[in-house]
Write a protein that binds this ligand. Structure first.
Ligand code: HEC
Length: 112
């Protein structure tokens, strides 16, 4: 019984984290995100729309990231908050992150 109420609490805590994903197009500012991406991410990634390759061939162009099946605001948020080997740990302010996520998702082919 006790276990059950604990897991319900865990679920309720988790719900607010799901909301931004459901409202992917309503948070962040894609135009600002594009400018941030050009500053912070473009050493390695091709951040602009189009088919040009990334400066670092290991780093997928943002158009390719946007096309990845199942790529959501939440998936991108998790990626950007998790450290991974080949990408330096870039510490983004939450607003900056929202802007960049909003920009990347705006590159999805069916959103243009
Ligand atoms: C120093 C080079 C470098 C910089 C700077 C960099 N990245 Fe990356 N990024 C990579 C590499 C290399 C990969 C792919 C390798 C891997 O999976 O770790 C990657 C992978 C990613 C992926 C996952 C793509 C996928 O389809 O799985 C995302 C999303 C991403 N980067 C976003 C960003 C954003 C946003 C920024 C700027 C805030 C940024 N990166 C800055 C090198 C970089």
């Amino acid at each position: 019984m006790f276990t059950r109420s604990v897991s319900l609490a865990a679920v309720l805590l988790f719900i607010p984290m799901l909301v931004p994903a459901a409202e992917a197009q309503e948070f962040g500012n894609a135009a600002r995100g594009r400018a941030f991406a050009a500053q912070i991410c473009s050493d390695c990634h091709q951040t602009e729309p189009g088919n040009a390759a990334s400066p670092d061939s290991a780093a997928p162009p943002f158009t390719a990231v946007a096309k990845t099946k199942g790529m959501t605001a939440m998936a991108l948020g998790v990626w950007l908050q998790t450290s991974h080997p080949t990408m330096p740990n870039i510490k983004l302010k939450p607003e900056t992150m929202d802007d960049i996520i909003s920009y990347i998702l705006s590159l999805r082919p069916n959103r243009q």
